[in-house]
Design a binder for this molecule. Sequence first.
Ligand SMILES: Nc1ncnc2c1ncn2[C@@H]1O[C@H](COP(=O)(O)OP(=O)(O)OP(=O)(O)O)[C@@H](O)[C@H]1O
Ligand SMILES: [Mg+2]
Length: 257
Amino acid sequence: MNLLEVEGLEKSFGGVTAISDLHFEVPPGLVYSVIGPNGAGKTTLFNMLSGIYKPDEGRVRFDDHDLNGLLPHQVAQLGVSRTFQNLQLFFNMSVLDNVMVGCHLRSHSGPLSGALRLPNVRREEELTEHWGHEALEFCGLDDLIGREASALPYGALKRLEIARALASRPRLLMMDEPAAGLNDTETVELRALIRRICDAGITVLLVEHNMGLVMQVSDRILVLDYGSRLAEGSPEQIRSDPKVIEAYLGGEVQYAV
Ligand SMILES: Nc1ncnc2c1ncn2[C@@H]1O[C@H](COP(=O)(O)OP(=O)(O)OP(=O)(O)O)[C@@H](O)[C@H]1O
Ligand SMILES: [Mg+2]
């Protein structure tokens, strides 16, 4: 059974069609990448999958739940989490507090029980702190736990964004250009981290322009062009697909990380 199923998805902004009749399926346990030129609709797709944008048409199913009409926190509670192309961190907060924000996305206590500090809230706080520590350790950030986010170098901030998304214990993690701005060493470390996330049982949906990373880390790849599906297949199939080479990869792509 597929973890994610997208059927006939459409989204336009005024006269601009960002996503057009898109369909694809993601089985569980894979690193599934979505690639395509700037403006191909990758972030728009993520915004629809995470409940930020409402599709004009089409259907999204996640683990047998219909995501259509759900708000972002409801999608998160089902186990879908994401990172953002532009870092969405609280720079004046500590590293730990930033990941705890991620944990609270799945918290079930309401504001009243929170204000009264009922026992279930205290238990939940302990649990979220535990999950936060675990996510930071997983991303190699445990040494920086008490630091203010603003004091972190860019590579660590990108990992903090991933740790925040992991702290909500997702089953599907969507990453929007995690390698953007990273140097070669950090990109190799990111590749290992993505594999470890997948090995931990979390399905990864990856949007990325770094073709070396995409070709090495992905199990399957979907190619978008002007919001439509151009091709889908294994890295080998995509690398040698004439349509993909003509529309996107061209002759200039470097595959080494
Ligand atoms: N909120 C919006 N309002 C108007 N147009 C938008 C909006 N969001 C996206 N678009 C348009 O939709 C198209 C797809 O944009 P999107 O950001 O999804 O592309 P992308 O594949 O993520 O590109 P990049 O690789 O540069 O991040 C573009 O033409 C963009 O200008
Ligand atoms: Mg984008």
